[in-house]
Design a protein around this ligand. Sequence first.
Ligand code: ADP
Ligand code: MG
Length: 401
Amino acid sequence: MTDATRELRGRFTHVTGREPDGVWSAPGRVNLIGEHTDYNQGFVLPFAIDRRTTVAAGLRTDGVIRVASTFDDTPAEWRLTEIDAARIDGQLTGWSAYPLGVAWALGRNGAELASVPGVDLVIDSTVPVGAGLSSSAAIESAVAVALNELWGLNLPRPTLAQVGQLAENDVVGAPTGIMDQSASLLGEADSAVFLDCRSLETAVVPLGLAGAGLSILVIDARVSHSHATGGYADRRASCEAGAVAMGVTSLRDLDVTDLDRAHDMLDDVTFRRVRHVITENQRVLDTVRVLRKDGPTAIGPLLDASHRSMRDDFEISTPELDLAVDTARAHGAIGARMTGGGFGGAAIALIPNALLLEVELAVQDAFAKRRFSGPMAFTVTPSRAATRDDIDPIEHAAATA
Ligand code: ADP
Ligand code: MG
């Protein structure tokens, strides 16, 4: 048991007056490549990171769910059987909508909320909120694995990913895909998770960063442009219009051999939006192929091409993100791209370990020269998915077999 696990157990006891039944955690994620492809039923390649949300959980005998977080002093409390009505009445607001939403979504996936025991959840996290690392999927996935085990549901991980997505869509009210939860629930150390957003098939793809002496630096520009939401909706609409004009259900049905036809049929802006999605899907497939054949040192050009496509065709980059990417490349990164929905957020750079510090300093310097406010840069390590943290993994496997 790590110090953090022990500490959260102590916190649980402080809050509830008794010992927890267990401690579970789930990671945030970074998307290596595959941007704005998810809602076009395409491909993405995220990985779980070494920042996690941890949940200490203990059963109650009264059908009540009570959630507390170190992020917020006010706990929330509901009868499990009343969550659905509260959801319909719009009473589930704020951070507790994430864990309560997961309990509700488990109810839609086989948990009998009228008969399962109540539960106390005490939550802590090292995933920064709103930095593009999906602290939301981390909290959903940690709560999902905890309740799945405590309530004896035995739901498989891909179902738990859908549970997290359902909670976020229908309780929190954010129209997100299933990428983040898939990474958080299926990731492995030094690996990425390939996800086909149409079939929902997944595959773990070894990254081999450790052996190649490479690190991934996240450069959070800490600027969110006010048109982020509108811009996102606008890009989605362009993709839908492009698909309709091309006579397909989604852009997933097109590939690079359709680009000439698309160029003839679509107006310039729609064509460039469509070209980003088509080529980005191809780049995800190419990245998996190159990783398997030549390893991570060979994927740099694909990351670079992804950034150019988002900058020039999809037009979702910002001067800060372009500067971060260009500076990282000029100082030894073997590839770099903005990551996430765009109009702000973060960039990632793949960097030989020996050059990490140089790149970081160069980016700080370049931002200062342009009078951009300081970026926050930190490395992330591709890490394992959600786990139970308070007992030995071998004992745990034997107990749950
Ligand atoms: P992100 O990009 O980090 O996923 P979101 O807006 O999707 O940003 O989700 C962040 C929200 O998730 C927070 O505002 C909060 O409501 C909830 N959240 C995340 N982590 C925690 C936590 N440890 N405790 C309580 N709420 C959390
Ligand atoms: Mg989120």
